[in-house]
Design a protein around this ligand. Structure first.
Ligand SMILES: Nc1ncnc2c1ncn2[C@@H]1O[C@H](COP(=O)(O)OP(=O)(O)O)[C@@H](O)[C@H]1O
Ligand SMILES: [Mg+2]
Length: 281
């Protein structure tokens, strides 16, 4: 006789996560919101970050600032005293060290504090961790337990299913469930091949991956190649315009506009204005 199991909705109240924001240190934090009642009226309140316990994809073609964003999020959280686990799959851990250190300088964050609060698992130099999700998850579980981690970044999740894109859904699902089980707020960097429509949420491994996570942030860049584009975006031909948007979030309300951002000389993601406003001014 199989065991049938169901929940009364009301019984789930005590396990329901509170809705509040985990700041990324970028303007994205004001782009998530919740609805609250104030003097009998419903008002939109910014969450102030990624929804607590959400798992997000940040997806884009190469060189769109995904890693910079992930590092900024890690440094910002760590500077506030929260423990971050950074799983680096593409770039060796010593490069991450330098990148985070630079970020702290640029953002005036206390590197001594940040250094203490970021734990790194280097899967870039260890094939076993890259090829065997179970081995990686065991290592992650150990770090999460030992170091009281609350935020996890994997840069990139696509690097865990290179050469086996048919596995994409299964691998993303496993890591998604893993972060849920360990009650983490998570960010997966998702590499898109340049051939795919660059502004779409589709990552290597197919569109279906986006349905597994709680939401997707899409970053894109556009090379300005015509006089028309140059006057539209008010940038010289040959320049790049960078775009970011939240492409859906199942845990909270969000701004659905496309925003213009820049990567400063110091490698900081600076979100400027909604594209429509940017063009108008
Ligand atoms: N100080 C900096 N550090 C790192 N990248 C910088 C810096 N300044 C500008 N950049 C630009 O940002 C890009 C980095 O994007 P990155 O986040 O690595 O892209 P990806 O989306 O591939 O992860 C670089 O290729 C470079 O063009
Ligand atoms: Mg990268």
């Amino acid at each position: 006789m199989p065991e049938y199991k169901y929940h009364e909705l009301g019984d789930l109240a005590k396990e329901a996560p509170k809705l509040f924001g985990i700041p990324t240190g970028t303007k994205l934090d004001e782009m998530f919101f919740k609805i609250e009642e104030e003097d009998g009226a419903l008002v939109k309140k910014p969450l102030g970050g990624l929804p607590y316990l959400s798992v997000f994809n940040i997806s884009g073609i190469p060189d769109t600032g995904k890693s910079l964003f992930a590092e900024q999020f890690a440094a910002y959280q760590a500077s506030k005293g929260y423990k971050v686990l950074f799983v680096t799959v593409e770039s060796p851990a010593n490069f991450l060290y330098s990148a985070i250190k630079e970020k702290c300088k640029a953002l005036s964050l206390d590197f001594d504090e940040v250094e203490k609060n970021i734990v790194v698992i280097d899967a870039s130099e260890e094939e076993e961790l890259r090829e065997n999700p179970k081995a990686l998850m065991e290592t992650m579980a150990y770090a999460i337990k030992e170091k009281k981690i609350t935020n996890v970044i994997i840069d990139s999740i696509t690097g865990l299913y290179e050469h086996k894109e048919v596995m994409a859904r299964q691998i993303v699902r496993q890591f998604f469930n893993f972060l849920k089980k360990w009650r983490q707020t998570g960010l997966f960097v998702s590499q898109k091949r340049s051939a795919q429509a660059s502004e779409s949420v589709e990552a290597a491994g197919g569109l279906a991956v986006a349905h597994i996570v709680d939401g997707t942030i899409v970053v894109d860049k556009k090379l300005i190649m015509s006089q028309r584009e140059a006057s539209l975006y008010k940038k010289p031909i040959g320049d790049v315009i960078r775009l970011i948007r939240i492409d859906g979030c199942r845990l909270s309300g969000h701004d659905s506009r496309t925003w213009v951002f820049e990567i400063t000389e110091l490698g900081i993601v600076n979100i400027i204005a909604p594209l429509a406003e940017y063009i108008r001014r």
